[in-house]
Design a protein around this ligand. Structure first.
Ligand code: C2E
Ligand code: CA
Ligand code: CA
Length: 293
């Protein structure tokens, strides 16, 4: 329908603007569709990017809703492509998953984040409650080596500082298996976040069994929070459901003061979004931490 088409066009124009370095206004043009298709990456390129260390991690602040104090970051993958510039995950994650290379890339991100967090701890840059979350692909979740990979990481950094984000739909693919593997993940010390919550159709009974500690309310609910009474009610229900199950809540995609205020009012614990901080390289984040503290 029309509004979906418009939001897709906005998204395409915004992405093109970002890829040109940001800080610019770009008007949608049908050629943007074309350029996206043309710029699909090849598996060979992805493999080379792994070998040459072209992937990097940006960090988006996560804050406590009540007072907007910093509680951590989410690690987000970026590809510094030699000719196309900085690429966002939507351009290459799907191919990385299809080829299985995502497991290698996930491990690379985990290692980079572990080193970063260990460095921050040593330098006294972050406080006790600060943690970093890392997205785990559904493909990696299903991989028999996952627990080994996480054990290696736990040798490099206190696992209590790392949160693993697994989407609700990935967790739902094989609920019994997910419960098993996430129990082991938790016993290694990691915190588990159920990402994109509200889009994966989990049942109450199953949520109750799932070894997750935090529900991350999907950004589609946050987007309409201030303008649509149904969205607000849905978020209220999610927060109270989480509370009944003994889980914390976090919201993503907070772009306006109004959304942030409502989330605090509803009692959502944590939040992140462009309003509170964009994903930036570690160096810029640390500069920000220094000026605000
Ligand atoms: P996600 O886990 O839902 O990550 C949040 C996405 O929302 C990020 O996009 C972030 O830049 C964007 N975002 C943050 N604040 C706002 C906001 O206020 N408004 C809007 N509209 N968007 C916001 P990004 O970095 O492009 O990542 C997209 C997806 O790629 C992620 O979705 C995640 O599923 C995947 N991804 C990112 N990094 C990794 C990684 O290291 N490993 C794996 N397996 N997947 C990753
Ligand atoms: Ca995430
Ligand atoms: Ca998400």
């Amino acid at each position: 329908d029309a509004s979906r088409a418009i939001s897709l066009y906005c998204e395409l124009a915004a992405r093109a603007a970002r890829e040109l370095g940001g800080d610019r206004i770009l008007v949608y043009h049908p050629a943007l569709h074309e350029s996206r298709r043309r710029q699909q990456v090849s598996v060979e390129e992805l493999r080379r990017a792994c070998d040459r260390g072209e992937f990097e991690v940006h960090y988006q602040p996560s804050v406590q809703c009540s007072d907007r104090s910093l509680v951590g970051v989410e690690a987000l993958l970026r590809w510094q492509h030699p000719t196309n510039g900085l690429l966002y995950p939507d351009r290459f994650i799907r191919d990385a998953e299809r080829s299985g290379l995502i497991v290698r890339i996930d491990n690379l991100v985990l290692r980079l984040v572990a080193e970063q967090v260990a460095g921050w701890i040593d330098a006294g840059t972050i406080d006790e409650r600060f943690s970093a979350s890392v997205n785990i692909s559904p493909v990696h979740l299903a991989d028999p080596d996952l627990l080994n990979d996480l054990r290696v990481i736990a040798d490099r950094v206190d696992a209590r500082r790392i949160r693993l984000e697994i989407t609700e739909s990935a967790a739902m693919r094989d609920p019994e298996y997910t419960v098993d593997v996430l129990s082991s993940v938790r016993s290694l010390g990691y915190t588990v976040i159920l990402d994109d919550f509200g889009t994966g159709y989990s049942s109450m009974a199953w949520l109750h069994r799932l070894p997750a500690q935090i529900l991350k309310i999907d950004r589609t609910f946050v987007r309409d929070l201030a303008t649509d009474a149904d969205s607000r009610r849905i978020v209220e229900v999610m927060v109270s459901l989480a509370r009944d199950l003994g889980l914390a809540t976090t919201a993503e995609g907070i772009e306006t003061d109004e959304q942030s205020r409502i989330l605090a009012e509803i009692g959502c614990d944590y939040g992140q979004g462009f309003l509170l901080g964009r994903p930036v390289p570690a160096s810029e984040l640390v500069a920000g931490l220094r000026t605000t503290s």
